[in-house]
Design a protein around this ligand. Sequence first.
Ligand SMILES: NC(=O)c1ccc[n+]([C@@H]2O[C@H](COP(=O)([O-])OP(=O)(O)OC[C@H]3O[C@@H](n4cnc5c(N)ncnc54)[C@H](OP(=O)(O)O)[C@@H]3O)[C@@H](O)[C@H]2O)c1
Length: 165
Amino acid sequence: MRLSLIVAVAENGTIGRDGDLPWRLSGDLRRFKNITMGHAMIMGRKTFESIGRPLPGRTSIVISRDPNYVAEGCTVVANWESAKQAIPAGVDAFVIGGKQIYEMAFADVSRMYWTQVHASVSGDVEFSNVDWSEWELVYDEPHAADANNQFPFSFRMYDRMTSGR
Ligand SMILES: NC(=O)c1ccc[n+]([C@@H]2O[C@H](COP(=O)([O-])OP(=O)(O)OC[C@H]3O[C@@H](n4cnc5c(N)ncnc54)[C@H](OP(=O)(O)O)[C@@H]3O)[C@@H](O)[C@H]2O)c1
């Protein structure tokens, strides 16, 4: 079972604004669906509420401190350890955000699906504190902006380098 992180980040680190994504990138949403389909997704309560429903074909695990929080069709857990335990056996899992959950999961993640948005975008949530010396770029696919994609972007994949390299 592999644990990966999937995120889209602007050049200035922005990932969110007003509880939502700060851009319109249909290519990135399509890629997100393709990569996560059939697997488990772990997210914070705020990210779950921004999506608004459990996404079909995937196990949704939502982290909240509120013991009474109910998210229909999802497994609600109280912390990161419980989130990992809620991943069905033999299933890959993706940490899908937001910032608070990326940070708590980061040490356990071995792969990052990183969409680099080639623009500086205003926002109120950032994810930028990555030590790049620990990560190897293994895939990089650039895309131009078009009618359905507000900014140019690159699909990148990074694997964590094993110690000793
Ligand atoms: N660009 C991207 O790829 C991307 C991806 C995902 C999200 N986003 C954006 O990021 C923003 C949301 O991110 P965020 O960081 O504000 O929120 P978040 O990580 O989605 O959710 C935060 C919530 O998670 C729960 N939580 C956090 N730490 C916890 C802990 N130690 N133990 C138990 N529960 C804990 C709390 O829920 P309770 O308050 O219920 O206790 C907290 O309010 C939105 O704008 C969203 O659109 C962007």
